[in-house]
Design a protein around this ligand. Structure first.
Ligand SMILES: Nc1nc2c(ncn2[C@@H]2O[C@H](COP(=O)(O)OP(=O)(O)OP(=O)(O)O)[C@@H](O)[C@H]2O)c(=O)[nH]1
Length: 301
């Protein structure tokens, strides 16, 4: 895992009507890996669409399906979940199909996006299907409906201008940790990120006092009947003194960590969560290969 302070990372939500090319774009950006991820049954509503990792940055793309329909009560609820997510991410990619033209579905999504304070980047996909001289008028049409942070025409299928899109996105990434390892797609991608978010909050709250000698494992994570995701996580430290620091006076620091982590985790999952944090001392765990493996860590932690 990379803990360089200059590392940048963040969440980006992708929205767009069915068939506009969301999967094709992800395939182009990330390649084969996401196929594995998206095949996994998801416990929650927001799906991780893909993770794009580079030397100094990482983007976690979220799929936000709820935004497109307005039908039932469930639809309303989904919509609210989607809107909450969109308000918490670094940027929203709004994909449209220029070949299909601007339709009612797009207009509906734009109305939803007006409720969101996050920068929205309009991605005009399937540019290979129209004549170049048609593009300015199309841009104009969308510009009249909403003030987008940026407008980027691409062909996800042919890969045209996708680099430019990634460049624009990088501009919106704050400093943050590398949530996912470079090349490893875990069986439980959500759990991995949840653990990493908790770890990040601890390091932030304790500053220099707790070196990076902590590990966080998710012992239990499941959706309860009331829809709340229950998470039980164990924080492993090397010394008793570190345990005291992390718990804090009357549990104050741990409570703060839990609160901050919950905010991010709820954004990621699009669900309410209940998080239990435990602190355990496991002496010199970093030196033990097997323990490391149990904890699901690689060697360079
Ligand atoms: N010509 C052209 N076709 C594209 C482009 N991007 C996607 N397509 C095609 O559009 C169709 C739909 O693409 P998907 O990536 O499955 O769309 P999606 O938005 O993920 O669709 P849902 O999963 O239904 O939400 C596929 O046949 C793609 O090959 C593009 O840039 N140009």
């Amino acid at each position: 895992m990379n803990n360089k302070s200059s590392y940048k990372s963040g969440f980006v939500a992708i929205v767009g009507r069915p068939n506009v090319g969301k999967s094709t774009l992800m395939n182009h950006v990330i390649g084969q890996k996401i196929a594995i991820m998206s095949d996994k049954p998801q416990t929650t509503r927001n799906k991780i669409h893909g993770v794009y990792t580079q030397e100094s940055s990482q983007i976690v793309f979220l799929d936000t399906p709820g935004i497109h329909k307005r039908t039932s009560k469930l639809g309303d609820y989904m919509n609210q979940v989607a809107l909450n997510t969109l308000n918490e991410v670094e940027a929203v990619l709004f994909l449209v199909d220029v070949a299909a033209g601007l339709g009612g579905g797009d207009r509906f999504v734009i109305e939803q996006l007006k409720l969101v304070k996050t920068p929205v980047i309009l991605v005009m996909n399937k540019i290979d299907q129209v004549r170049p001289d048609e593009v300015p008028a199309m841009i104009q049409q969308y510009n009249e409906l909403h003030e987008f942070a940026a407008i980027v025409p691409i062909s996800a299928l042919q890969g045209n201008n996708v680099d430019r899109l990634l460049q624009v996105l990088h501009g919106y990434l704050p400093e943050g940790p590398q949530y996912y390892p470079d090349d490893q797609i875990t069986d439980h991608p959500e759990q991995f990120v949840v653990a990493e978010l908790i770890r990040e909050k601890i390091l932030h709250a304790t500053r220099e006092e707790i070196p990076h000698s902590i590990a966080v494992t998710i012992e239990d994570m499941r959706v309860q009947e009331n829809g709340v995701v229950y998470i039980s996580a164990v924080i492993f430290v090397e010394r008793d003194s570190q345990k005291g620091i992390i718990i804090g006076k009357q549990g104050a620091l741990l409570k703060q960590v839990g609160k901050q982590a919950r905010r991010d985790i709820e954004t990621l999952l699009g669900s309410r969560t209940f998080i239990e944090l435990w602190v355990k001392v496991k002496k010199d765990w970093r030196n033990h290969e097997r323990v490391l493996k149990d904890l699901g860590f690689r060697h360079d932690v």
